[in-house]
Design a protein. Structure first.
Length: 99
């Protein structure tokens, strides 16, 4: 499984537009093959920061997601509406066996 954590900080005057674009991106991404979880949240400590949490079945599914026109367009919009460049971290993960 692949886990993606990302965030983008909006300017106060662009937050509403960035939130709208983010929600549309999340809803579209959820329908892609291999998408297990795709969500966006407002950071509790910085109300202008949108945090993305994603889980993908495998690296191939994530690579395909990055090639979707809507994903490419979203990154461009996030850069234009953000106060700083978006941040993305990608992790390979396996469920922990506890006990």
């Amino acid at each position: 499984m692949i886990i993606v954590l990302g965030h983008v900080v909006a300017r106060s005057e662009t937050f509403a537009a960035l939130r709208k674009e983010s929600l549309e991106h999340v809803k579209r991404s959820r329908s892609e093959p291999g998408c297990l979880v795709h969500a966006v949240h407002v950071d509790a400590e910085n109300p202008l920061k949108l945090v993305f949490v994603e889980k993908w079945a495998d690296a191939a599914a994530l690579a395909a997601h990055f090639k979707v026109k809507g994903s490419i367009d979203f990154v461009g919009k996030a850069r234009a509406l953000g106060a700083e460049a978006p941040v993305i971290e990608i992790f390979e993960a396996a469920p922990a066996k506890l006990g």
